[in-house]
Ligand binder design. Sequence first.
Ligand SMILES: [Zn+2]
Length: 154
Amino acid sequence: MDVRFATDRNLGTLAKWLRILGYDTLYERGNADPDFLRRAASEGRIVLTRKRDRTSLSSGGRLVVVKADHVRLQLAEVLEALRLEPDPVKKMTRCLRCNVMLEEIPKERAEGRVPVYVYAACIRFKGCPACGRIYWPGTHRRHIEESLRARIPR
Ligand SMILES: [Zn+2]
């Protein structure tokens, strides 16, 4: 079975990165409370949290306490702790907002919903069946660059 994650509210950027890599990642806007831990365990998700108090985190499920502050290091930490090698085929197949798998859509459906230059330049588009957002080669890359810029300490 594929590895699936659940992150608590302190790891929103990391959740986005895991989705970029293709991992099914539930992002919880709250803390890693007992409800959240139970739900994650019942769905077979590995919990990622920054909470260090392990006694309050006992859920029976797998858990990684993330120590790094920068998202790139956090990602490395998680992949290393779980000995994971992201599958290149799965990269950029998931909606960054909804976590659902994107579907190929005919080019016409993207018309008027993406910038004109993108429509002219791209052949293949994907859409999110949940939020309707349209993705094209480059969308994910832009997000990666933006999130890196936002997080790089000066
Ligand atoms: Zn979506």
